[in-house]
Design a protein around this ligand. Structure first.
Ligand code: NAD
Length: 239
């Protein structure tokens, strides 16, 4: 069976992606900074999943994790991400840096290791998790939106450089998703109803919706799709 690596798979969208990858027939490496969360998700998947604590912002942690994989990954999903809220005028340097370190540098470090191994065996597929906030700004989320915009450009860059070497690279940009980091926000019924009313399809998205799009881009069905950012937002960005 081919191997899929999913970062930030201990929670929310990443956990759903890990489950979908297993259903699609992959062995799954469930990576997360939170070791217990990774173990819980891997146990929920079963024998074809392994858990590992990995800090994607650390080159050393990333390299060590790749070095103990049983085989090069056929699929990498760069899902781990964090947000720090605050207007730019009040955002601390520490908050700015940690968001860039995890979301952007982390995506680079993991992809670089994965792509080298994929290229050595003839190819593979990488899917980066971006956001609709990578194509438009969001209140109080300047560090986050900056990283997601950069991930879209990085996706194109990786597709340009690694496509000729057999590695397809695409991104999924989720909209308003009722899972993971956004769950506490939508727990407020007023906020939830206001946000839902902005979505042409009339509902918030689910982690499953994002996992489905990821698996499409990973699959041979999308074999000629490269360097694209697939917006999965119920039409939010068209409203
Ligand atoms: P989440 O907080 O539930 O999951 C993120 C996971 O990443 C956590 O398990 C966390 O422990 C892990 N993580 C954090 N720092 C890490 C690090 N340095 N190394 C390894 N793992 C680390 O959030 P989520 O909502 O499931 O978000 C998943 C992805 O989807 C993120 O990239 C996020 O930006 C994106 N996204 C989410 C939404 C949404 O509404 N939930 C919308 C658009 C995009």
């Amino acid at each position: 069976m081919a191997l899929a690596v999913v970062t930030g798979a201990g929670s929310g969208i990443g956990a759903a992606i890990a489950h979908h990858a297993a259903k699609a027939g992959y062995d799954v490496a469930v990576w997360d900074l939170d070791a217990d969360a990774a173990s819980r998700v891997a146990a929920g998947i079963g024998d074809n999943a392994t858990a590992r604590q990995v800090n994607i912002a650390s080159a050393e942690s990333v390299t060590q994790a790749f070095d103990v994989l049983p085989e090069p990954p056929a699929l990498l999903v760069n899902n781990a991400g964090i947000v720090r809220f605050g207007p730019l005028l009040e955002l601390s340097e520490a908050d700015w840096r940690v968001v860039l370190d995890v979301n952007l540098t982390g995506t680079f470090l993991v992809s670089r290791e994965a792509a080298a191994r994929m290229i050595a065996v003839g190819g593979g597929s990488i899917v980066n998790i971006s956001s609709v906030n990578g194509v438009s700004a969001a209140p109080n989320a300047g560090a986050y939106t900056s990283t997601k915009g950069a991930i879209n450009t990085l996706t194109e860059q990786m597709a340009l450089e690694w496509g000729p070497l057999g590695v397809r690279v695409n991104a999924v940009a989720p909209g308003l998703i009722d899972a993971g980091m956004s769950e506490p926000i939508y727990a407020d019924p007023q906020v939830r109803s206001l946000r839902q009313s902005r979505v042409p399809l009339g509902t918030l998205g689910s982690a499953e919706d994002i996992a489905g799009a990821v698996m499409f881009l990973a699959s041979d069905t999308a074999g000629y799709v490269n360097g694209q950012v697939l917006i999965v937002d119920g039409g939010l960005t068209k409203s």
